[in-house]
Ligand binder design. Structure first.
Ligand code: 2CP
Length: 710
């Protein structure tokens, strides 16, 4: 019998093959991934699925018993159009619904509000009242279909409309099944569709916990989300730690509002992003379950269900590319497999055109079928946690638990996530990671096929979906007016007054905001009216962007092209007698600011004078800001399809003010089909996803008359 080879012998054999090359992979999480894992790396037995701490899954039989829910996130233009889309998808194998609302709805504005001209019906469905909600679920029995709704800011009116729509379908709210996102802490950190300041927003959340735990036992009262953190550039460890810490904070607020922890914690759910680091993502979901079990035990939960982390996942939007977009199908497939191997309860797979526009029926079909093929053709669902016991996966799970725990302990020591968010350090940490990632991609250190490697000379145009938002807005306004004309005005105003008084009063069962909003929804109050009633006491919240310094520049030290750009900026500065000045503008109700922040950080590092405009500006407000600051260039960032309305309006207003000389460039999610339209309107540079920021700066220098080498 020959002796088993030792690890030292393996190391010697590998060294012979690679001759000094370092095989350790240092990930952005600060994890040193080795080229080989063995039994020696596994510290703990992961136990069995369905048992604490649920490392291997929350159910004993997992997908062998019931596969995860295929739940595609969708919604666009009107309630009628979205309803028809849902019905087609359910007939084709989708299992649960997930509603996307437009940004006007998210921010608590009715479709007739002047601030939302560019936003109505874009990037989601416009819902102004219970009448719209009823149309959205027409023919879809709400006692049989589980419905998830991504709503955080205007969560009170939306949940109230949902409850009343169910009621008017004849469905008792005890039978309503689904999930509301209702996760405000991450809005303040990364997603930005908040309405009120943090304290009243936290009250809203615990009021929803109270109401749903009493009245809607099947409904998941929150979807505590890391997804948007990863989308905003967070590492997996940051996503994991801040999400779990957010969860702990919500539980504390729930308990402080007088609820018994085991009465509501079993209906808390989670939501994670699944990106391209395959094994890291699998380990992340396993680690999340271990961490939640630990946190909830520490918080005093007794019921095992309260400590069980159930989650939805979505494949990563930022991992998708505008260039060579069919590659996105492979990316999404790989990510979907990581989600299922990690043990998700529910999954959305992105459509291949997600980086460019809203999904078409064609791209939505491929996205949905990605999951159906995995579930029904591959046999992957037959075995519970098939990667359990993999040395690498078990070791990585453990390492993620440890690394995330360090951050969670820091949060806890500093008084919990609400305080950390107010102090701003989690956001700064994520923005630092985002700028570092952008620099790695721009330099080609992180490969993105079809973008910074193997780029095509010519790209085929993809057919994309476009929403005529002027038409949607007109239709919505007509419906609002009709409803207002036929409602019992006195009853409606009385219900709104009761809600206003409840918001002004102390938190209590009698002052439960959702209970009062349900009354107002029944009386046909609109989303804007319900939101405004609470705004009177709560106020509307606003923040200023905070770009980071030096992070983007760091890896460029000694880079020739970088030096050329720095030289160019200096040359323009000498000529103008001051630094060239860029306003990074965010117009409309779109709160996605990763791109805008990265641009602001990178341009700042290159020597530009950068003004970061606040979120949610109108074109008029942007012009005022541009003129006050005497900027040379306005960079308008748009990720929510408002570009065709808002950017031409901005240029028009600049001209009206006699400042047509201020250059306007645009970036974000803009379909190539719209480039000419924007150019005709006067846009002088367009930078879609995958644009290299240094080259973008080189273009800006050319616009400012500098002779920049190609
Ligand atoms: C599940 N069940 C089982 C088994 N598996 N029973 C027996 N054997 C099994 N193997 C039972 C469960 O206990 C449950 O009943 C029921 O079947 C449904 O299963 P589930 O696993 O709870 O699935 P679900 O109903 O789909 O719920 C999944 C989540 C929920 C994660 C808990 O919160 C959810 O659907 N979230 C989706 C969130 C979402 O769509 N977000 C969209 C984000 P009981 O419940 O009675 O136990 S949009 C993203 C964009 C980017 C944005 O935010 O902007």
């Amino acid at each position: 019998m020959t002796d088993k080879p030792t690890l030292d012998q393996w190391a010697a054999a590998a060294e012979k093959e690679v001759k000094g090359k370092d095989l350790t992979w240092h990930t952005p999480e600060g994890i040193a991934v080795k080229p080989l894992y063995t039994a020696e790396d596994v510290r703990e037995d992961p136990g069995l699925p369905g048992f604490a701490p649920f490392t291997r899954g929350v159910r004993a039989s997992m997908y062998a018993g019931r596969p995860w829910t295929i739940r595609q996130y969708a919604g666009f233009s009107t309630a009628e159009e979205s309803n028809a889309f849902y019905r087609r998808n359910l007939a084709a194998g989708q299992k649960g619904l997930s509603v996307a609302f437009d940004l006007a709805t998210h921010r608590g504005y009715d479709s007739d509000h002047p601030r939302v001209v560019g936003d109505v019906g874009k990037a989601g469905v416009a819902i102004d009242s219970v009448e719209d909600m009823k149309i959205l679920f027409d023919g879809i029995p709400l006692d049989q279909m589980s419905v998830s709704m991504t709503m955080n800011g205007a969560v009170i009116p939306i949940l109230a409309f949902f409850i009343v729509a169910g009621e008017e379908q004849g469905v008792d709210r005890k039978l309503l099944d689904g999930t509301i996102q209702n996760d405000i802490l991450k809005e303040f950190m990364v997603r930005n569709t908040y309405i009120y300041p943090p304290e009243p927003s936290m009250r809203i959340i615990s009021d929803i916990f109270g109401y749903t735990s009493r009245e809607m036992p099947k409904f998941n009262s929150i979807s505590i989300s890391g997804y948007h953190m990863q989308e905003a550039g967070a590492t997996q460890v940051q996503e994991l730690a801040f999400t779990i810490a957010d969860g702990a904070e919500y539980v504390r607020y729930g308990v402080a509002s007088g609820l018994d922890i085991d009465k509501f914690a079993g209906r808390l759910s989670f939501f994670f992003a699944i990106g391209m680091n395959f094994f890291m993502e699998i380990a992340k979901l396993r680690a999340a379950r271990v961490l939640w079990h630990r946190v909830m035990t520490n918080l005093g939960a007794k019921d095992e269900r309260s400590k069980m982390l159930r989650t939805h996942c979505q494949t990563s939007g930022v991992s998708l590319t505008e260039q060579d977009p069919y590659n996105n199908v492979m990316r999404t497939t790989i990510e979907a497999m990581a989600a299922m191997l990690g043990g998700t309860q529910s999954l959305h797979t992105n459509a291949l055109d997600e980086a460019i526009a809203l999904p078409t029926d064609f791209s939505a079909r491929i996205a949905r079928n990605t999951q159906i093929v995995i579930q029904e053709e591959t046999g992957m669902t037959k075995v519970v946690d098939p990667l359990g016991g993999s040395y690498y996966v078990e070791a990585l799970t453990q390492e993620l638990v440890d690394k995330a725990w360090e951050i969670i302990e820091r949060v806890e020591k500093e008084g919990g996530m609400a305080k950390a968010v107010a102090a701003g350090w989690p956001k700064a940490m994520i923005e630092t990671a985002a700028a570092a990632r952008q620099a790695r991609v721009d330099r080609g250190d992180d490969v993105i096929v079809g973008v910074n490697k193997y780029r095509l000379k010519d790209e085929d145009l993809l057919e994309t979906l476009e929403v005529d938002n002027a038409k949607v807005r007109e239709g919505q306004i007509a419906r609002i007016n009709k409803m207002k004309a036929s409602r019992d005005e006195a009853a409606c105003q009385a219900a709104l007054k009761a809600l206003r008084d409840a918001a002004a009063g102390e938190q209590s069962i009698e002052n439960n905001l959702l209970a009062h909003a349900v009354e107002a929804a029944r009386a046909r109050a609109t989303l804007g009216e319900i939101s405004a009633a609470m705004e009177e006491s709560f106020q509307r919240y606003a923040t200023q962007p905070t770009p980071v310094k030096g992070v983007y520049a760091a890896p460029y030290e000694g880079d020739d092209r970088w030096s050329q750009v720095l030289e160019g900026v200096k040359a323009v500065e000498r000529r103008m007698g001051r630094k060239p000045k860029l306003l990074v503008a965010k117009m409309g109700q779109d709160g996605h600011d990763r791109g805008a922040n990265v641009i602001a950080s990178a341009f700042g590092d290159m020597g530009f004078d950068v003004v970061s405009g606040p979120l949610f500006q109108t074109p008029e407000e942007t012009v005022v800001l541009a003129l006050e600051n005497e900027v040379d260039v306005v960079g308008a960032s748009s990720l929510a399809a408002g570009h065709k309305t808002l950017i031409p309006e901005l240029i028009h207003k600049l001209k009206e003010a006699g400042r047509g000389d201020v250059k306007v460039i645009a970036g974000g999610v803009i379909p190539p089909q719209d480039y000419q339209y924007l150019r005709d309107a006067g846009v002088q540079g367009i930078y879609g996803p995958g644009s290299n920021v240094v080259e973008c700066a080189a273009d800006v220098l050319r616009l400012l008359g500098h002779n920049m080498p190609p």
